[in-house]
Design a protein around this ligand. Structure first.
Ligand code: HQG
Length: 182
């Protein structure tokens, strides 16, 4: 199995577990879980060649820990990044560190300064624990720029923060007074 095979399966799993479960006829529960047996059966009806072993390898090798297995190993979900409204994950609420970081592309800056950070298609704005991770996230969209978010101040003003299974911080939106370009 090549790393390209693992990447293709990872992309397929991101697509169905975050965005379009209905595209292969599966339903996620409200916490995002689906049985691995059902996922394999339905995926294989749609030109995937899934197996328990392939899915385990994708979960283990995911650089960003994109997928979480249930404790009994029978179910899987995407850790974060959802847009499907089948899912409303109850993430762990946490007190954030003083600062969190958001990597974006320079072309979005004017709009972000006007509107703040908004979740768009996804359910939450995604924030990184450090500058380096944020730069990598920003590069996906173009010339990267990092915004420093005064997370603890937001929290002290009553705004909730959540920590996803894979360490990504989430919040509903970030008004621009809490942002600083660094
Ligand atoms: C931008 C990856 C204009 C925002 C990463 C971002 C992450 C605005 C883009 C995860 C805006 C949305 C999520 C505003 C926000 N005006 N643009 N007011 N507010 N934006 O991909 O955070 O590889 O939905 O800055 O590691 O880039 O998929 O979000 O550039 O954790 O597992 O709108 O995706 O993980 O882009 O990335 P995205 P993101 P995976």
């Amino acid at each position: 199995r090549t790393s390209k095979d693992l990447e293709n399966t990872s992309k397929f799993l991101s697509y169905v577990l975050r965005h379009k479960p209905e595209s292969i006829g599966i339903t996620l529960d409200s916490n995002g879980w689906v049985g691995i047996d059902v996922l394999i059966r339905q995926g294989n009806k749609h030109r995937q060649q899934l197996s328990q072993d392939l899915i385990s390898q994708v979960v283990i090798t995911s650089d960003k820990k994109r997928f979480t297995l249930s404790e009994d190993g029978l179910k899987i979900r995407a850790a974060q990044g959802h847009s499907t409204n089948q899912v409303n994950i109850v993430h762990v609420e946490k007190i954030p560190p003083e600062y969190l970081y958001h990597g974006t592309a320079t072309r979005f800056l004017d709009s972000i300064i006007q509107q703040g950070l908004i979740a768009g298609e996804r359910h939450y704005v995604h924030l990184s624990i450090d500058n380096k991770t944020a730069v990598a996230v920003g590069k996906r969209h173009g010339k990267p720029v990092v915004l420093r978010v005064s997370a603890l101040t937001m929290y002290q003003q009553g705004i909730k923060f959540y920590l996803a299974d894979n360490g990504v911080w989430l919040t509903e939106n970030v008004p621009s007074q809490f942002l600083e370009v660094i």
